[in-house]
Design a protein around this ligand. Sequence first.
Ligand SMILES: [Zn+2]
Length: 162
Amino acid sequence: MIKFKVIPLIIIISVVLISSCEAQHKNELKKPLVKIDKEKFKAEDPLAYKVLFEAATERPYTSDLLDNTETGVYVCKACKAPLFVSDNKFDAGCGWPSFDREIEGAITYDVDYKIGVPRIEEKCSNCGGHLGHVFDDGPKDTTGKRHCINGIALEFIPSDKQ
Ligand SMILES: [Zn+2]
């Protein structure tokens, strides 16, 4: 008789375990926190819209921020969430503003297969806007990461204006 009682108990325990794993997984995916008025943003800045919300890539060597060496913070152009700081910017020679790390928690990662091979896509955790990709060929003496970011998806706020 005991055997028959144990089986339903095992089923209940498994269901509870599976659902708690799912909840944890959902947390990791991080849903964007704010909703952007995309129509308004598109009208104001169509090129930034194409990058942030249609995952386009700006042409290399076109960003005003590429050679910016001023001290300050780089925020998301759509929602103004701080994403990167100038201390972590470096010249990767790739044609896009590059950083060796993000501000903790500011970026959500995803995999994209747009060019046939998987690449790690970076999105603003706050609004879900596409920013660029991260690669493993960054500076070896720091993180080894190269966050290759579309300058047009960013806005720079110099330290003295924060
Ligand atoms: Zn954002």
